[in-house]
Design a protein around this ligand. Structure first.
Ligand SMILES: [Zn+2]
Length: 181
């Protein structure tokens, strides 16, 4: 079942997530529904707060075709869709500047700097610790989703000049969804 996607303005997007002690059927079900919701909405990532939850869980699915050949090759060992419980970035390197969007911000995209390479540690749905190395778009998605889990939104990472371009749209969107900025 696809879930409701919470938009900018909703309080839950600013909440910190709560780490999961042990992954159970409840979490597996939630992750399956989050993957379905992400696919339905045409997104490449979704965090628990975006479906109104606060478990430290996110999902990511990056099609190889939306990556450069170099990225696709580097990221090939990573299983998709990714279901991440308690994800943390344990190492990051380099920088990349690119466009980024978010399902909680319909029709608002902007350019921002992220690390080019990240190493992420997480629990998979069978409670095993996993470590992945990612670059490019997948690295960007991991940083974006883990930010969500800490109540941080991509607009917070934009330069002031970049964010100013979207000021009116952001104000309107927040107002329509509860007003929390
Ligand atoms: Zn997002």
């Amino acid at each position: 079942m696809a879930l409701k996607v919470f938009k900018y303005g909703e309080e839950v997007l600013r909440e910190n997530s709560i780490p999961v002690d042990r992954v159970t059927e409840v979490h597996r079900q939630l992750m399956a529904e989050m993957v379905e919701t992400m696919h339905d909405a045409g997104g490449v990532g979704l965090a628990a707060q975006q479906v109104g939850r606060t478990e430290r869980i996110c999902v990511i699915d990056i099609p190889p075709k939306s990556q450069t050949d170099e990225e696709a090759l580097y990221n090939a060992p990573v299983p998709m869709p990714l279901k991440l419980v308690n994800p943390e970035i344990i190492h990051q390197e380099g920088t990349q500047l690119d466009q980024e969007g978010c399902l909680s911000f319909p029709k608002i995209g902007g350019e921002l700097v992220r690390a080019e390479f990240v190493t992420c540690q997480y629990l998979d749905e069978n409670n095993s610790v996993q470590i992945i190395n990612a670059r490019g778009l997948l690295a960007r998605a991991l940083q974006h989703e883990i930010d969500h889990l800490n109540g941080i939104l991509y607009i917070d990472r934009m330069s002031a000049t970049e964010r100013l371009q979207y000021a009116a749209k952001l104000k309107k969107l927040a107002k329509a969804n509860g007003g929390v900025r």
